[in-house]
Design a protein around this ligand. Structure first.
Ligand code: XMP
Length: 510
């Protein structure tokens, strides 16, 4: 059985991050809602339990509470922020309401003789975000850290194997935060640390082989990170029993379809069906200018094309999907999580003849999918490619989408990407692309008046695409890009750089 830690989710904004940090420390962590039954938690045989932070006050009448039985399972418990109040309350401590909340950095003094803070600097910065606080703990517990405003910034009850920290060790602003989590995992829970993508790849391949046997699997391959990793993993497990369908919508970037062929057909020798559906998509999009309508048409058409191909292939036993962990994790407190509306091309086709769904990545975070991709031999540039929306260039052309506009945008986008790579910025900027605006303006080229399109360049830094800042691309690089685009691509006479963050703007223009 895989070694694991249960992270009980009370709805805080960093909860997925806690699970990720635990996994970074090579211990598998699963995020479960706070109201998960004791029975279910016991069945998982966790080596430790972490209670997360949450947006509520313990003083609220319907404040979320877990089954106190978790403190008696005989495994160490670490409460973080809100979770630490529940832990403190259980050991008989006093949780108080602060006159005002504390958010941000706090100078913290640690008891470095404790196991939890072993190897940490005696004084360091921790990151706080709370309105309640622990006032005191009983005599059988120990205060392990203090700040100016928190008399008990951390505590332990070693006899009961319960620990609590007021601050957030999972965020990067907490100095030594990862060390603190590791101390909990390795020195308190006795973890072995067997969660690595090398182990996972082997385990996943075995599992897929057992599940699929010699039956057939069908996968819609977009060339994006998730579906690509999914394809390689499945291919390693079942070889030619996997059929990948790649739909060329005609809305992709320059050389993208060729790249997919090169990697999956030439390199991996996969069973790849390449569907050239450009004409179908262009016909459906003719005359459409409204962004949501474009998205809907593309999503639906994608499913129709995929179904048509599936019909030709006939019955398959499994339909594979590149679903990843953040898509499946259920938040502890429904209304607290920031939910990004999912606008992937796809959804489930109604007319494909399959018996079961297989989702080989559903346990993995995005970083882990990437690490796994590297592990199983997907080329580096595909593993680290920037996000690209399912509806493709259609939502980067304001107004009607036509073939000439797509070709023009492809050329512009190619130059932009080329120069960003040459400047060594391609792995520093989260996403960068060009938008063909619907605006034309007057210019002068070679003594001639021009009346041509304006292109907008967008570059953003981000962690998860929920919020983003515009990337500070050096002027010198922008200058080279501007000259090349104007000189090399006809019908563009003006170039602007988008300097809005998200919010208030979104990353894509449509
Ligand atoms: P927005 O424009 O909402 O985009 O700030 C956030 C992130 O999501 C990507 N995006 C999409 N990804 N299908 C996708 O798979 C889509 O329809 C879609 N629309 C936007 C966008 O590129 C950015 O990374």
């Amino acid at each position: 059985m895989r070694e694991m830690v249960v992270v009980l989710d009370f709805g805080g904004q960093y909860n997925q991050l806690i699970a990720r940090r635990v996994r970074d420390a090579h211990v598998y962590a699963e995020l479960l809602p706070y109201h998960t039954s004791l029975e279910k938690i016991r069945e998982k045989k966790p080596i430790g339990i972490i209670l997360t932070g949450g947006p509520r006050s313990v003083y609220e009448e319907d404040a979320p509470k877990c089954d106190n039985g978790i403190f008696e399972l005989g495994v160490p418990v670490l409460g973080i922020c809100y979770g630490s109040y529940l832990a403190a309350d259980y050991v008989g401590g006093e949780v108080l309401r602060a006159p005002s909340g504390e958010y941000g950095k706090a100078e913290t003094e640690y008891d470095v003789s404790s196991i939890l803070f072993d190897g940490i600097n005696k004084k360091a910065i921790s990151w706080m975000s709370h309105s309640d606080y622990i006032g005191s703990v009983p005599a059988d517990s120990k205060v392990l850290a203090t700040t100016d405003t928190c008399p008990v910034a951390a505590f332990s009850n070693e006899q009961k194997n319960i620990y609590g920290v007021q601050f957030h060790p999972e965020v990067q602003h907490t100095q030594g935060g990862q060390e603190i989590l590791k101390n909990f995992l390795y020195k308190i829970c006795g973890a072995k640390g067997d969660w690595t993508m090398k182990n996972y790849a082997q385990e996943a391949i075995e599992t897929i082989r057992k599940q699929v046997g010699d039956k057939k699997v069908l996968l819609a391959l977009s060339g994006g990170v998730d579906s690509s990793v999914c394809a390689v993993l499945l291919h390693k497990a079942i070889g030619q029993n996997l059929t990948c369908v790649f739909v060329n919508t005609g809305l992709m970037r320059k050389f993208e379809p060729e790249e997919v062929e090169k990697v999956f057909t030439d390199q991996f020798k996969m069973n790849l069906v390449h569907v050239d559906a450009e004409q179908r998509f262009l016909e459906k999009l003719a005359g459409v200018v409204e962004p949501e309508k474009k998205r809907k048409i593309i999503g639906e058409e994608f499913i129709r094309v995929f179904e048509d191909e599936a019909k030709k292939i006939g019955k398959v036993n499994f339909l594979a999907q590149g679903t990843i962990y953040p898509d499946v994790v259920e938040s502890g407190v429904g209304d607290a999580a920031l939910i990004k509306s999912h606008h992937n091309v796809g959804g489930l086709p109604d007319h494909v003849d399959f018996d079961e769904i297989i989702e080989p990545l559903r346990e993995l975070f995005k970083d882990e999918v990437r690490e796994l991709g590297e592990e199983i031999g997907l080329p580096h540039h595909m593993v680290w490619r920037q996000p690209f929306p399912g509806p493709g260039l259609a939502i980067r052309i304001i107004g009607e989408v036509t073939k000439p506009k797509l070709d023009l945008l492809r050329d512009v986008d190619f130059i932009f990407r080329d120069e960003i790579a040459k400047a060594g910025l391609d792995e520093k900027i989260w996403q960068y692309f060009a938008v063909l605006t619907d605006m034309r303006s007057v210019g002068v080229m070679g003594d001639e008046r021009t009346y041509d399109y304006t292109v907008a360049l967008r570059g953003v830094t981000s962690i998860d695409a929920m919020t983003a800042d515009w990337a500070r691309i050096p002027y010198e690089t922008l200058e080279v890009i501007s000259n090349r685009i104007i000189n090399e691509v006809p019908h563009i006479n003006r170039l602007v750089y988008d300097i809005t963050s998200k919010p208030p703007a979104t990353i894509e223009w449509e």
